[in-house]
Ligand binder design. Structure first.
Ligand code: 13P
Ligand code: SF4
Length: 342
């Protein structure tokens, strides 16, 4: 496509991958100028394209970005991530204008459960506490007792009376991780998955680990290979002390302090940009180099510029749904470590 974005001093094509260094500089200056003019803060998830991460005010994991959105004193939040993240920011800050550069940036995991399905599941387990991953729609959050992210899921479940049943959804691999970590048998787990992380398979993991036997291993708990990583550690095939199950923010914290020189990374490949920046002296190798999230990549440099110029796409959550969802999201941001973003 060759549509153009008109600017005062230059025209930028939508084909941003072929921009010259001068055009990239113009884009960056224009984004920063408009952000200041519109009183906007730009938040970017760790899986965003490198150019988006580099122009943002803050880059972080889901939990850190939710906290930053809630604490921001700017009138506008431009959320470079997927739709449920921008919606969560709107739920926390109903008085602010929240923009996402492309509202069609969805999430295959969030699509695995809707509010009707959750209501039916609750009816089967009266009295259970519902814990929903933040990767869900506002309507699902409105039916939820406490939300969580991958960085605080274990702590959220530990905060619940051990004798009370828990409905955990929608990610089955994160649910299995929480069940293992808490040792609880009264957790029911929804069988959803993220297609990107599910595709980071046990065979990818085994091949990569065998090719790099001295490396550290960072695994996101949404991965289809999380159980295999721990199984390999349990059988002594790969040392347990070098196997770390971490959120994206946790991976960055661990990268900053690692004493190793090589790290294998099982998550979406956008993560490698922050890891390389944090530790240029360490070699980071993706377990599946094709694990790119198509939804995250829908947020492109031209769309970010257009979002700031034209106020698109504005995120709207109806007041009643937002009110009911807010309790669950506020409980989420109150639990867990403060880090995970910068
Ligand atoms: P975190 O940033 O919370 O680790 O989440 C990963 C993810 O899949 C977001 O879509
Ligand atoms: Fe959703 Fe998976 Fe993409 Fe994260 S990586 S936004 S969970 S589809």
């Amino acid at each position: 496509m060759t549509a153009t974005i008109n600017r005062t001093d230059i025209e930028l094509s939508d084909d941003w991958r072929s921009w010259t260094p001068d055009e990239q500089d113009h884009w960056a200056r224009e984004v920063r100028r408009l952000a200041a003019e519109k009183d906007a803060v730009i938040l970017a998830h760790n899986y965003q394209l490198p150019m988006i991460q580099d122009i943002a005010d803050h880059v972080g994991d889901s939990l850190a970005l939710s906290r930053l959105a809630a604490a921001s004193d700017r009138g506008t939040i431009v959320f470079c991530g997927v739709h449920f993240m921008a919606e969560t920011a709107k739920i926390l800050s109903p008085g602010k204008r929240v923009l996402i550069p492309d509202a069609a940036a969805g999430c295959s995991l969030a699509d695995t459960i809707n509010a009707d399905q959750l209501r039916a599941w609750k009816a089967e387990h009266p009295g259970a506490v519902v814990v929903s991953y933040v990767n869900t729609t506002a309507e699902v959050k409105a039916e939820t007792d406490i939300c969580c992210t991958s960085s605080n899921a274990v702590e959220v479940v530990r905060s619940i009376d051990p004798d009370t049943e828990v409905l955990f959804g929608p990610d089955q691999f994160l649910g299995a991780h929480v069940r293992r970590q808490t040792g609880r048998s009264n957790i029911h787990v929804w069988l959803g998955e993220c297609h990107v992380h599910a595709d980071i398979s046990p065979s990818d993991l085994m091949a990569t680990v065998r090719a790099h036997p001295d490396a550290e291993l960072f695994v996101h708990p949404e991965c289809g290979c999380t159980t295999s990583a721990l199984w390999m550690a349990g059988r002594g095939e790969f040392p347990r002390e070098r196997t770390h199950i971490l959120s994206t923010g946790g991976m960055l914290d661990a990268a900053r302090t690692t004493t190793g020189t090589a790290v294998l990374v099982a998550t979406e490949i956008g993560m490698l940009h922050q890891l390389h920046k944090a530790r240029p002296d360490v070699t980071f190798t993706p377990v599946n180099p094709k694990a790119a999230c198509p939804f995250m990549q829908m947020i492109t440099p031209p769309k970010l510029l257009r979002s700031l110029r034209e106020g698109t796409d504005e995120v709207v959550v109806d007041a009643d749904t937002a009110e009911r969802a807010r309790r669950a999201v506020e409980r989420m941001i109150a639990i867990g470590r403060p880090g995970g973003g910068e």
